[in-house]
Design a binder for this molecule. Sequence first.
Ligand SMILES: Nc1ncnc2c1ncn2[C@@H]1O[C@H](COP(=O)(O)OP(=O)(O)OP(=O)(O)O)[C@@H](O)[C@H]1O
Length: 444
Amino acid sequence: MKPFLVYSNNADYLRLVALNRLASGYHREDIISGGLAGWILAQYRKARLNLANISETPAYLQYAQPKSPLRDILITLVHELPTLYLTAKALFRPQDLTVSSFAVFQSYKANLDQTFYMLLLDISRALEFASYIKQLYDIEKIQNKVTDGDEPYPNSTHSAENGMAFELKDVSFAYAHTNSKDNAIRNVSLKIEAGQLVVIVGDNGSGKSTLIKLLTRLYDVDSGEILVDGLPIKSYRLSDIRQVQAVLTQDHQLFPLSLAENIGLGSTENLHDMEMIRQAAEDGGAADVIEKMTDGIETTLSPATTAESQYLDKERHKDLQEFYDGLENSTDVSGGERQRLVTSRTFMRFLGGGIRFAVADEPSSAMDPKAEHRLFQRFRESRQGKTLVFVTHRFGHLVKHADLIVRMKDGQVAELGTHSELMARGGEYSESYNVQAQAYADGQ
Ligand SMILES: Nc1ncnc2c1ncn2[C@@H]1O[C@H](COP(=O)(O)OP(=O)(O)OP(=O)(O)O)[C@@H](O)[C@H]1O
């Protein structure tokens, strides 16, 4: 076998590879919650057109694939068809042939070439790509059976200027396909007023995240009802609801794109506003992470990879091997730094405007206490026009600002009230608070 090394440095090709990776299930949650499918497809189309008749088939496959004579004949035919037509016309009806018709033919031929090349070589890939994106949504539908409503949000009766208001009426929910007989959420009734700052606390597995998934309509309740601004949550258009919500969890991933895009995609309409992106980076605590990078905000942490080599001999192809090793290197960041970068994406969403409900579901476990404190503070500073919900285990410095604290236990609301109300009650909430306060004092 012949030794080989193939790689691509064509920006549009690399873009396509990155977009393909984005469309994989790995980024599903980020794409759905960020409403990014349309942007990805548009970017794909753009890169595909720029590539013109360069095939999207990975280079090593092209190298390894035997040429198909039929495909080659078809391409040649398509390529030559207008010329043949023109020649025939010139031979048989020379009086019809003008300079302008020749020019028209030329441009027609160029278009035809490109279209047919794409049809023959890559249409199946383009369709495959579109189907990936569709699948992301289909999976969501199968799992959750979340159906769309037709009420716009915000609608004419509720301007929602102060944020989303929620009312949960006797809500229960169990995850499908689990062996557990217990519901993850059991008979929860709860009111969250527009613009409130709510803190949800509780032990592991008590149902905090599930509650968030119901409020953001990632799942629908099994029984009971959730009202948003007085109307059933199911009656609203899903895309409208997603547009006005920003959810920050531990599960967000970095995209195989530049840091600027990783942050900017919080608001696709403002993706080219570098000032806004830098502001979001500052707000999310990622400015110093970016500063450390050689290419700054243009750094791509894990670039799309295309390099492949085979049968390289350690001795004979030493130079080639070294060259290969230096290609497409990725840079890593720590868990806390990654979290700050995805947090900046959420702040970009805030800066883009229109967010009415923001959730931070334990986003901070990878962060040190100082970064966490800063995050909560920045969230609170952006609270204008939003209802805010925090899910956290380390609630010490937050609860005093909360309008409402919900303590979950075994899928139910165990305690509900303000910090001082719950402290006065002397229940489990006050116990955990005191334990945390003590631990903090001991650590000083
Ligand atoms: N996708 C899922 N499929 C099946 N069961 C799930 C799923 N997610 C959570 N559960 C279960 O539902 C219950 C509530 O989980 P949930 O994640 O809401 O708790 P939590 O209070 O957020 O916990 P933690 O503090 O550990 O994040 C748990 O028993 C959990 O095992």
